[in-house]
Design a protein around this ligand. Sequence first.
Ligand code: DGJ
Length: 745
Amino acid sequence: MGNMSIVYHESSKTFHLYNEDVSYIMTVMRNGHLGQLYYGKRIRDRENFSHLLETCKRPMTSYVYDNDRTFSLEHVRQEYPVFGTTDYRQPAVEIRQENGSRISDFQYQGYQVRKGKPKLSGLPATYTENEKEAETLTVTLEDRVTKVRVKLLYTIFAESGALARSVQFVNGGEGPVYLSRAMSLSLDMPDHDYLWQQLSGCWARECHIHTRSLEPGIQSIGSMRGHSSHEHNPFLVLKRPSADERQGEAMGISLVYSGNFRIQAEVDAHDTLRVLAGIDPETFEWKLEPGEDFQTPEAVMVYTDRGLNHLSQTFHKLYRTRLARGYWRDRPRPILNNNWEATYFDFTQDRLIEIASRAKECGVELFVLDDGWFGERNNERAGLGDWRVNKKRLPKGVGFLAERIEGLGLQFGLWFEPEMVNRNSDFYRAHPDWILSTPGRHESHGRHQYVLDFSRKEVVDAIYEQMAKLLREAKISYIKWDMNRSITECYSAAWPADRQGEIYHRYILGVYSLYERLTTEFPKVLFESCASGGGRFDPGMLYYAPQGWVSDDSDAVERLKIQYGTSMCYPISSMGAHVSVTPNHQVYRNTPLHTRANVAYFGAFGYELDLNRLSEPERNEVKEQIAFMKKYREILQFGIFYRLKSPFEGNEAAWMVVSEDKKTALVGWYRILNCVNGSYTRVRLLGLNPEYCYRNARTGDCHFGDELMNVGLITSDETAGELPAGITPYTDFESRIYVLEVTKP
Ligand code: DGJ
C-alpha cells in the first residue's frame, strides 16, 4: 500500500482518500447526491465499493423514486445531507429561499484534486509548508432551483490520520438566499457503538473529561455565548467502548473556530450515527447575494486504532506544527512572571520594577504587566477601550517601563482586552454606538463591560490603531489578549435587518482580522490568548496565538484535571501554566511549591506571584525550578506527550513526555491525598525505546525501556508513616518528576 492518495473511480463514481492510517470513501449515489461509504482504518482500494451503500425496504418511509421502495435518504449514509427530502435526521445544510422554501437538492457536478491545501480566506485553518504534505479534493454539487453551488473540501495529510474538511457556498442564482445552517462537517457512520467524550466545565474548571454512551436521539455540545466557551470545548472524541489510552479505535472531531459552535451526534432508529460539526445554527443566518460566496470554518477529524494517546498526539503534532504559526511556533517559550495574582489592580511603577527585578534574579525571562495599566483603569468599571497609559500608575509611560524591564535583562509583555469597552472610557464616550446592542432593549453588562461591534471594520481599525501605536513605540515582546465576557443582545447598528443573523460570525471574523494584522505587522511578538482563562481556548485561537491561558484556576490540583483534559486535543506548548501562591487564590488550598511547579512544567511555564514575598529557601527552590525548566523545556513543550493515569479516576495522576529520539523522558507523578502505610504503586510508561537503558535521576538506578513500559516505574513511598531521619515527610498533594536519561542507546 502506498502513502497518500485521492483516487476517483469513474466507473463507480467513487472517491477514495487514503494514507497509511485512514481511508475515507464516498460515492455519487443514484439520486446524484454524495453518499458516505466508509471512514476508518486504511483499507485496500478497489474499483467499486457500492455494496457498502446499504438500503432496505422499510415501512413508514418516504421514497425518492416512484417505482423504487428501496431508496430513501432516511436510510442511506450521506456526505452533506439536506433538509426535508425524505431524510428526517438533522441536516448539514439548510437554505431559506425567497419564496420561503427550505428544500434543496445538491447534485454532483464534478471534482478537482490539487496538491497541498488552499488557504481559507479570513479564517484560521491547518496549512502545509510544501505540496507533498497533503492533497485536497474539492467536490462540487449544485442545486438546480437556486443555482447555489456547494464545494466540499477534503484535505488528507501524508503523515497523519487527520482529515481537514470545510465547505464553500457560491450563489450562482439570480436572487439572494439565506444560509440558516452550514455545517463544516457531516459524518454518517454505520453504527453507534461508541462512547462520547467531551471537554466541559465552566470558569476556573475548564476541560473536564465527561464520558457517556450514545443513545437514540441527539446529544450535543455547543456555545451560544459568542466565544467557544468555558462550558464546552469545540472538540469531541468518539471511542469504541474497549478503547483506552493505550489501544483501540477512536475518532476525534475538532472545530477550528472560536465563535458559536455546535457538535452533535444523532443516533437513529436503525442505530446509525450522524455527527455534525460547525457554526451553531441557532444563532446563525447568512444572506448570500448572487455571486457571493461563504466559507465555513474548518473541522479536523482524526481516526486512530492505536488508542487515545495516539489520537491526541496526532492532534498535537498537526496543531503545533501546521496550525500554530510564526516566529514562536517552534521556539521554547520564555519563562514569564505575570503580576496579576501578585498585585491585581494595586500596583505602581516601582512595585512592578521590584517584582521584575526579583524575577530576573531567579532566572525569569519575560515580565508581563497584566490588567490595569491603561486609561482610568483603577478597577473593573473604567478604562477598557482607552489603550494609552494610565499616568497615575505609570507616570513615565509604558515605553519607559518597558525600557527599565529590558534594562534588567528581561523581555516585557503587556495585557490587552481589545474587544471590550467600559462606559467610563473616552472610547465609549466618542462612539457609544460601537457596541453590540439591540435597539430599544436593555444592554446587559458583564464585569461592567460591553462588547465592541467587531463586525464593523471601522471599530476593528480604531482598536488596531491604538494597539499598533503602542507596539511601535514601546519594546513589547508579548501580548496577553484577554476577553472577559460573553455576548448578549447581539445586534449591530451597521447591518440591515436581514443580515443580523450574521453578526456573531462577523464578530469572530473581526477578531481574526485584528489578530492577522497585528501578527503580520509584529511577527516576533508572542501572543497568548485568554478569555477569563479557557473561555476561548480553541484551535482558531491557536492559529494566531501559539499559547493560551488554560484557566484562571492556578491551583496545582485543579490544574491536573484541567491540563489533563486539555491535552486530549491541544499540544503542551499551547497551555499557559503558572506557579502561584498558597493559599491559592481560587480554592484556598495549600500545595507544596514543588507540586505547583511539577504541574506547570507541562505547559508554557511561568509564575503568577511576587517572588519578593517568598522566603529565601523558597526563592532558592524557584531558582532550581527555572534552571530545570530551561534545561528540559524543549522536551517538555515539544516532545511526545502521554497520559498515564487519569486524575478523574483516582487519587493519583501521571503523565510523561518523551523526546523525539526517545533518549530522554520526564514523568510527572502526582498524588492528591497522602495515605499512611499505603500500597505499592507503579506506573507503566509509554513511548520509550525497549532496547535503551534509562537512568532514573531520583534513584540513580538504570532500567531498560521494556521494563519501564511493562513492569513499570516504581512510585511507592520508601516509608510507611514512620520517617527515618533526614527524609522530608510527604504531605497531601505530593508529586515527583522522574527524569529518565539514556545511558546506553
Ligand atoms: C482574566 C484573566 O484570565 C486573568 O488572568 C487576568 O488577566 C484578568 N482577566 C485581568 O482582568
